[in-house]
Design a protein around this ligand. Structure first.
Ligand SMILES: [Zn+2]
Length: 263
């Protein structure tokens, strides 16, 4: 390449990206080969799609059941999805999975909850929420979001490769919560390891702040804090969360450690 004859910029994911004509609204690219579909309440639920180096298309998380139609459109735009990997099995993360078709994977410690009918997991205790509105609203929402039990085809564990990402175990919010980590560009998909909202008040946090999800729906809140510290130790530069926009920055350590200490 010479300055007089520059090559045009490389299109992202040549050949493997989705067909734009088939995509629903609220769909965007959030990292190299990583896409996001937003949906449900205020577009606050994220489903991710990762195109691996060999062209495998993996869906990470499955939002709420109300996202099923748009999830199908995205699957079609990619020419099909090879497998769904659940970050964890809460009602707002497994919602579309039972009706899409591709095999569903999750961590071994999450299989029982994924295959359970329950919209509200046995360890959740929403009566611990201090504020009345979320305390009344969440149990109703969880039942609405729930898409029912998922048939788990297989499991993935820490260290496994998923579409060029490494599986990392982030237990706490759920026993078998996992994230996907790609060291080459420091991208982490983390499901609900970290929130960018104050989940007890249902209000956004100040810019640049993050929080550990509220103990009311944690399997083990202390482990949830440890998992946020584990995420910080990876030194991610893009953190793709189950809700909200990406958390980005060349040094997110302070943001993550502050969250682990505070909440
Ligand atoms: Zn959750």
């Amino acid at each position: 390449m010479t300055p007089e004859n520059p090559e045009p910029p490389e299109p992202t994911d040549p050949g493997n990206g989705p067909d734009p004509a088939l995509l629903p609204k609220k769909f965007d690219q959030v990292a190299d080969g990583v896409y996001r579909l937003r949906g449900d309440v205020k577009g606050g639920m994220n489903i991710y799609f990762v195109v691996g180096p060999d062209g495998e298309v993996v869906q990470f998380d499955a939002g709420t059941r109300f996202m099923t139609g748009n999830n199908r459109k995205v699957a079609e735009a990619f020419g099909g999805i090879d497998r769904i990997v659940l970050g964890h099995a809460h009602a707002d993360h497994r919602g579309t999975a039972p009706r899409l078709g591709p095999p569903v994977y999750c961590h071994p410690d999450e299989v029982a909850d994924a295959e359970s009918k329950a919209a509200i997991n046995s360890y959740m205790n929403t009566s611990e929420l201090k504020y009345l509105r979320p305390r009344l609203l969440y149990p109703v929402l969880m039942r609405l979001w729930n898409g029912g039990p998922v048939k788990v085809a297989g499991t993935v564990e820490e260290g496994d490769d998923v579409a060029g990402f490494e599986v990392i175990h982030f237990p706490g919010h759920a026993p078998g919560q996992i994230g996907l980590w790609r060291e080459s560009d420091r991208v982490a998909l983390v499901s609900d390891t970290i929130y960018l909202v104050d989940s007890a008040r249902l209000k956004p946090l100040p810019e640049g702040e993050a929080s550990v999800p509220h103990p009311a729906w944690a399997w083990d809140h202390q482990q949830a804090k440890e998992s946020v510290r584990k995420l910080a130790s990876l030194k991610p530069e893009t953190v793709l969360t189950g809700h909200d926009d990406p958390l980005e920055g060349s040094d997110l350590t302070a943001t993550l450690l502050d969250a682990a200490d505070r909440y």
